[in-house]
Design a protein around this ligand. Structure first.
Ligand code: ATP
Ligand code: MG
Length: 429
């Protein structure tokens, strides 16, 4: 017997039972983005590998070990996008949309690919919604991004389960000075830090701050602090951000160890974290990347953005019981028709109903069947009402209107009166 074909590990199907919650999530976010004036962009899922090497940085976890990279038939090295910012910047540059100081407030949604160890909240194909803003220096816009996310958590009913962590990485000059001090300090304690950190010390020293290794963490207690190396401009920027968050009452925790995995951040960095998902605690992360556009070949262009992990947020909604009841039901009315003539009349009737009540979720029985089997299907569909059309109803030009969830008795309704009747009990109710 041939082996059953399977999906790739860490790449999940989203089955029909799960998609209503995803669609609820996506439409909640998209609706809110509209109200803040963000416009959607859609980039390809595959880009030249060079794009990610140049933007994300060669010595990051993503580029070193997580990318899905392959040669296409022309011999070009291509990569499934591991994140959205690089492609978004590429698209802006390619179409000249950030030149001359044009402000862009953008968002995107879609799958991202990273070859990581799959576990709860961590997959190889996962989905993000990201925002990117170009040509605004902040801190007002940095605050807006955070304020937006706070409003989203509220709309989703998960505010109490997430915490905002903030830090400032300073300008690249300030960070370079700090990096020097950190390297000097860690080199003097080389024998007490773990192997991975020793390696990072050479490639990307700030990432050592991110270590999970207890002994290295102990050494870091006495390490120089990034905050002490912040330049005046970044300090003022950070104060401005905090003042705005205070003004709208959004609490935050300053986390001096928050450095983010990607090379391109400067000044503001932030993460929304939760303790409800075990080890995969970050649901949304981002920051300012003023140097990135220039690094990718454009004119100096301030930028700031973030991305949220949709799988982790969906898990949160489920864990916290914040799945709205209304999304469980996907059928309002189910038509059962018995016999060829009734089926024909039923189709004409239901198509007329769809004209009259465009929002009505109306399922027409397919595959004929006995009374018993059609009622069973009607009930299983989750519909509130069954419409019944047999020879008797046909002769009288009525339908049997049968509540399926115990809201009253079955009655006959004239075809002409059906739309109005349904409007009163389904569309508005
Ligand atoms: P982590 O530290 O958890 O690996 P990251 O810093 O690599 O996260 P980002 O690149 O900042 O993550 O991506 C933004 C968000 O996308 C994360 O906060 C997380 O919610 C989500 N995310 C990142 N990688 C994955 C993954 N492999 N599976 C599911 N969600 C992910
Ligand atoms: Mg990661």
């Amino acid at each position: 017997m041939s082996k059953t074909l399977q999906a790739i590990r860490g790449m999940n199907d989203l089955l029909p039972d799960q998609t209503p919650l995803w669609r609820y999530f996506e439409s909640t976010v998209a609706g809110l983005l509209d109200t803040y004036g963000y416009r959607q962009v859609r980039m390809p899922i595959v880009e030249f590998t060079e794009l990610f090497k140049r933007s994300i940085g060669e010595v990051t976890d993503i580029v070193e070990k997580e990318m899905y990279t392959f040669e296409d038939r022309n011999g070009d090295s291509l990569t499934l996008r591991p994140e959205g910012t690089a492609a978004c910047v590429r698209a802006m540059l390619e179409h000249g949309l950030t030149g001359g100081g044009q402000v862009q407030k953008l968002w995107y949604i879609g799958p991202m690919f990273r070859h990581e160890r799959p576990q709860k909240g961590r997959y190889r194909q996962f989905h993000q919604i990201g925002l990117e803003v170009f040509n605004l220096e902040g801190p007002d816009i940095d605050a807006e991004l955070i304020v937006f996310t706070a409003r989203l958590w509220k709309a989703l009913g998960i505010s109490d389960a997430v915490t905002l962590e903030l830090n400032s990485l300073g300008t690249s000059e300030a960070r370079a000075r700090y990096r020097g001090a950190l390297v000097e300090f860690l080199t003097a304690h080389l024998d007490k830090i773990d192997e991975d950190s020793q390696r990072r010390l050479k490639t990307n020293p700030l990432r050592v701050l991110d270590t999970k290794h207890p002994e290295t963490q102990a050494v870091l207690v006495n390490a120089p602090k990034l905050a002490d190396y912040l330049d005046e401009e970044s300090r003022v920027h950070f104060e401005g951000l905090k003042a705005r968050l205070d003004a709208v009452g959004i609490p935050y925790v300053i986390n001096p160890k928050l450095v983010r995995g990607l090379d391109y951040y400067s000044k503001t960095v932030f993460e929304w974290v939760t303790d409800k998902l075990g080890a995969q605690g970050t649901v949304c992360a981002g920051g300012r990347y003023d140097g990135l556009v220039e690094q990718m070949g454009g004119k100096p262009t301030p930028g700031v953005g973030f991305a949220m992990g949709i799988e982790r947020l969906i898990l949160m909604l489920e864990t916290l019981g914040q799945v709205p009841e209304s999304i469980a039901r996907t059928v309002d009315v189910y038509l059962c028709a018995f016999g060829e003539q009734a089926e024909l009349a039923g189709l004409a009737l239901t198509e007329r109903l769809r004209d009259q009540l465009p929002g009505l979720r109306l399922q027409v029985n397919a595959g004929a069947g006995s009374f018993k089997s059609q009622f069973k299907k009607a009930d299983k569909s989750g519909a509130l009402y069954a419409l019944i059309l047999g020879d008797d109803e046909l002769a009288q030009q009525v339908v049997g209107f049968k509540p399926l969830r115990g809201q009253g008795e079955q009655q006959n309704i004239a075809w002409d009166a059906l739309a109005e009747h349904l409007a009163s009990c389904v569309v508005q109710g």
